[in-house]
Ligand binder design. Structure first.
Ligand SMILES: [Co+2]
Length: 440
């Protein structure tokens, strides 16, 4: 049985739409209770799964054979809870909404099952922690709208599994490496006060930014039908080390390659592999280099062969959106102007911003303060001369929610829609803004 679960949290908040296969209403209710319990008690996800299974059995339900689906669902329901603006409604009221305000349709059964089986998205490990913090900080009006492949029609190939990843490429002795090359380290902390850089630091930022941009441009020229992303990675790796620089993604939080290559429905963090580029692909290539102790970070989405009209519209819009975001930056401008602009831009064009990924401060560290949100928010803080950070919106033709493939990195859209991303590292100057990752 298929269930189309449409859930309204109070009338004042946008509806959340979620489609769930293979569970009936009362089984779903059990899962929702378990999810709420999970949030309240902060138990591990393994405990939650065990609890959910027990409860389902005790209540006489069949436990779905594939636990990934169950897990995904629990997380999706948690997502609703976490994104709910706290303080507006009490937990009890929320629980009531969750268990009572459901309605059923039989639509989508086949599609839904397929998508969930395809993705088996174990949403990211640190999901609960980070999302919870952001939810507290921002007065968000979120929408989860997981519809299935229905909004992005066109001629293009779905990425549903990672390919074969080649061995780690060698970095010569003499090249200066970031600390995470030598030991496992967590992702950089992006909370806190943004650094104001001096002229010497800025000159280093300028040269690493320029190098990243040049290599990105060269990689873009390689993005043709038949070439594999592993070959592009190899090229970029050799180019970067030939400039006595280090490919920043390599070993960052364990990332295995020197570039990110994200194709079609992959939102970001795709790992270069043996898949040859196909006619009609759109591919984001994300290049970050570390040189003279500074990182420079940029990305672009390239068209491969004959891309359909929707794909070209998406790519053109995302580039345009980034350009306009950069144009509104300058000293004294609130950081949240960026997110507000992107949200308006998306509304006008019926696109959705992928909110899970943010821009970030950058310097001697790959990721640092400030956090740049690509959706409307009220986060505090203003830009000041000497700050360097990235803006890197990912815009989607469908819903903006993502899951991770089993490699733990590749972020795919939950509804199989395509997304595009563009990124620059910028510097706030006394009079405006300077793009550090221009190739010329
Ligand atoms: Co970045």
């Amino acid at each position: 049985m298929s269930l189309n679960f449409r859930y309204h949290i109070l009338k004042s908040v946008k509806p959340y739409t979620i489609y769930i296969p293979q569970l009936n209403k009362s089984a779903l209710r059990v899962l929702i209770q378990v999810s709420v319990h999970y949030i309240e008690t902060k138990k591990s996800s393994a405990d939650v799964l065990a609890l959910a299974i027990n409860k389902l059995k005790n209540a006489g339900h069949e436990v779905p054979k594939n636990f990934c689906e169950l897990f995904t669902m629990v997380l999706l329901i948690m997502q609703i809870y976490l994104r709910y603006p706290k303080g507006v409604v009490k937990d009890q009221e929320l629980r009531q909404c969750l268990t009572e305000d459901l309605c059923f349709t039989d639509a989508c059964a086949e599609d839904l099952t397929k998508v969930l089986l395809n993705h088996r998205a174990t949403l990211s490990r640190n999901f609960a922690e980070t999302k919870m913090e952001r939810a507290k900080m921002l007065d968000m009006q979120w929408r989860i709208n997981i519809s299935l492949g229905s909004t992005d029609k066109g001629k293009w190939e779905l990425i549903s599994a990672a390919g074969k990843v080649s061995n780690e490429r060698n970095v010569p002795e003499h090249i200066q490496k970031p600390p995470y090359y030598y030991k496992d380290m967590p992702a950089g902390n992006t909370l806190g006060t943004p650094e104001i850089k001096n002229e010497e630091q800025l000159n280093h930022m300028r040269s690493s930014g320029k190098l990243a941009a040049q290599i990105l441009r060269e990689c873009g020229k390689m993005a043709k039908i038949g070439i594999t992303t592993d070959e592009i990675d190899d090229f970029a790796h050799q180019r970067i080390i030939s400039e006595n620089a280090y490919p920043s993604p390599l070993r960052y939080v364990g990332f295995p390659k020197s570039l990110c290559t994200s194709i079609n429905n992959v939102a970001c963090h795709g790992i270069p592999d043996d898949r040859p580029l196909a006619d009609g692909d759109i591919i984001n290539i994300d290049v970050t280099v570390y040189q003279n102790g500074c990182h420079g970070d940029c990305s672009e989405t390239f068209l491969v062969g004959d891309v359909d009209e929707r794909g070209r519209f998406l790519v053109d819009s995302t580039r345009d959106c980034l350009d306009k975001c950069i144009a509104l930056c300058g000293p004294g401008v609130p950081f949240n102007e960026i997110g507000k602009y992107i949200q308006r831009y998306c509304q006008e064009r019926d696109l959705e911003s992928v909110a899970a990924f943010i821009g970030h401060g950058i310097g001697s560290y790959f990721h640092g303060p400030p956090e740049i949100y690509h959706y409307a928010n009220e986060a505090p803080g203003r830009m000041q001369a000497g700050m360097t950070f990235t803006i890197e919106p990912i815009l989607s033709l469908g819903c903006g929610d993502i899951g991770l493939l089993e490699d733990g990195w590749t972020a795919v859209s939950l509804d199989n829609s395509r997304s595009a991303q563009f990124e620059h590292t910028i510097l706030i100057t006394e009079t405006g803004v300077e793009v550090l990752t221009n190739a010329v």
